[in-house]
Every structure is written in structure tokens, then in C-alpha cells.
Design a protein around this ligand. Structure first.
Ligand code: ZN
Length: 301
């Protein structure tokens, strides 16, 4: 994204370091993600949008090679460089590969440690550090290619997953439940645009115990009634109390607890199938500790 931008490569390094030092890494099955095919990307995105990003990427390489800027600014906080196109295809490819592995029974669940993130990417628009909507693509892929009838998307990033909502609203095969700070970027989600969307906006400074109560009282009954056959998680960790991107008060213990409740639903209805994808989380310490807490629950460590 450019120097000084919070959505930076150091995020994945911090996660990898933390998993190594804590010993969690040794207990996991690591896989390198393939690139997603354009046909799979187009399960969730408008073909013209995909072609436009591809064209921008090619033009950027040409212009940089001719002495121009290495960055192209899509909006005030979202920039591309010559590697963005491939990174975005690989992030989506991770979610698809994880879906295949979990559907094949090779893994009970999977975490995709990826960037760029995805949940602000709309059907026909890149925004908010996101280009392709990794979770929405994987959810559509599970429905189309694996013939599932019901999938759930759970989003606990501090920001509203407006892109996922844009792609999945009205698709009754999907249920999206989310909690996010409001009013706050991207200033959407105060209403449910379709019956398959359950948005829970919460004010700044909401604490972990209150978030847990919402998960228990609001999310759980809807998830139980929907009986998802597979669960996708937009795992953003920027609602951590020490992450200054947002003003919510979650801790590592809250992320572990939410992950346990997601696992309960997966065990009861979804043959344990969960694919979780990294979204936000911008302070290296809280981000890496929260991912560790999430993975310890997912992997029963
Ligand atoms: Zn976020």
C-alpha cells in the first residue's frame, strides 16, 4: 500500500513469528496457497471489475518500468503496486484451497493468513485495503462447486463487512452475522438490507463482555436456526482494545471465546467445517497474540 500504511507486510511476519515462538506453528499443517482462477473470482465479482483491476495492474507495471510511480491510488486508503494483483489472487486462492481441503475431510478447519484482506471488496469495487473478497468468493465456491445448501459467514472485524454484504445479501443459501463499531468506516450496516443479513452495530468503547452477550443472545439463535453446513469467518482482530484502528474493547480471551462458540455451531451442524480468513488487525502485538488465541481453539491446542 506504500510506506507507513497500516495494511503492511509486517502483519503476516508478526503472526508467523508469534506462532513459531509459541510452539503453535509446529502443531499446524502449513500449506502454500495457489492463485485463484478468474472463474472462481467471478463467482463473487463482476467480470468488468476484475478485468479493470487486471488492466490497471498491467498499466502500473509499464508505467513504473518507464520511471513512473510504483503505486496507483484507487482511493484515499487503498493503493496497488505491481505485486497486488498476484497477492490478491493468492489470498482468494488460499480461501478456495482451504475450502477444498476442509470439504475433502483432509482438515477439520483452516486459517488463511492472508493479505490483502477482503471484506470491504464489493462485487464491482475495490475499497478499504481490499481488492477481492476472499471470504465471499470461498462461500460462493462452497455453494456452487461443492453443492452445499447453506453456508454461514461470521464477521467480527471492527469494521462492517460491506463488501461481503454487497455480494451475499439476498442469497438465501448464505447467512451473514456480524458485529462492528458504528458509526465508523465504511459507515454502512446500520440496517439489514436482506433477511439473510444480521448486522449488529455497536458503539465505540463496547467491551468484550457485551460483545459476548450479543454473540450468545443474537448470533447464536440465528445460526442454530439456519444450520449452516460450513462456516466462513472474516477474522479481523482490529476490535482488540489495544488496536488503535478502532475503539472496541476485545481481548485475546474474547477472541478465544468467540472461536469456541463458532466451533460449537460447526460441530453441531457443519461436520466441524470452518474456514477462517484474516481481515484487519494493525497492531503487531495484539494482532499476533489474537491470531494465536484463535488458532489454539481451532486446532485444539
Ligand atoms: Zn477492519
Amino acid at each position: 500500500m506504500g510506506p507507513g500504511h497500516p495494511e503492511c507486510p509486517a502483519r503476516l511476519d508478526a503472526i508467523e513469528d508469534r506462532l513459531l515462538v509459541s510452539g503453535v506453528s509446529a502443531a499446524l499443517d502449513h500449506r502454500e496457497a495457489p492463485l485463484a482462477s478468474l472463474a472462481d473470482i467471478e463467482l463473487a465479482h463482476d467480470r468488468m471489475h476484475v478485468a479493470a483491476l487486471r488492466g490497471l495492474s498491467l498499466r502500473l507495471v509499464e508505467e513504473e518500468d518507464a520511471g513512473g510511480s510504483p503505486y496507483f491510488q484507487l482511493d484515499t486508503d487503498t493503493a496497488m503496486n505491481r505485486h497486488t494483483w498476484t497477492a490478491a489472487l493468492r489470498a482468494a486462492g488460499a480461501a478456495i484451497e482451504a475450502t477444498d481441503a476442509v470439504m475433502a475431510g483432509e482438515l477439520e478447519n483452516a486459517f488463511c493468513s492472508v493479505r490483502p484482506p477482503g471484506h470491504h471488496a464489493m462485487r464491482a469495487k475495490a475499497m478499504g485495503f481490499c481488492f477481492f473478497n476472499n471470504v465471499a468468493i470461498a462461500a460462493k465456491y462452497a455453494l456452487q462447486r461443492h453443492n452445499l445448501k447453506r453456508v454461514a459467514v461470521i464477521d467480527f472485524d471492527v469494521h462492517h463487512g460491506n463488501g461481503t454484504e454487497d455480494i451475499l445479501a439476498g442469497d438465501e443459501r448464505a447467512l451473514m452475522v456480524s458485529i462492528f463499531q458504528h458509526p465508523f468506516y465504511p459507515y454502512s450496516g446500520d440496517q439489514d438490507p436482506a433477511p439473510n443479513m444480521l448486522n449488529v452495530p455497536v458503539p465505540a468503547y463496547t467491551k468484550g463482555m457485551d460483545v459476548r452477550e450479543i454473540v450468545e443472545m443474537v448470533w447464536m439463535p440465528r445460526l442454530e436456526a439456519f444450520k449452516p453446513e460450513m462456516i466462513f469467518v472474516s477474522a479481523g482482530f482490529d476490535a482488540h482494545r489495544d488496536d488503535d484502528m478502532g475503539q472496541l474493547g476485545l481481548t485475546e480471551q474474547d477472541y478465544a471465546w468467540i472461536t469456541m462458540r463458532i466451533k460449537d455451531i460447526a460441530r453441531r451442524f457443519a461436520n466441524k467445517r470452518i474456514v477462517s480468513c484474516l481481515e484487519g488487525g494493525y497492531m503487531m502485538g495484539p494482532l499476533s497474540r489474537s491470531v494465536e488465541a484463535h488458532l489454539r481453539v481451532l486446532a485444539d491446542l
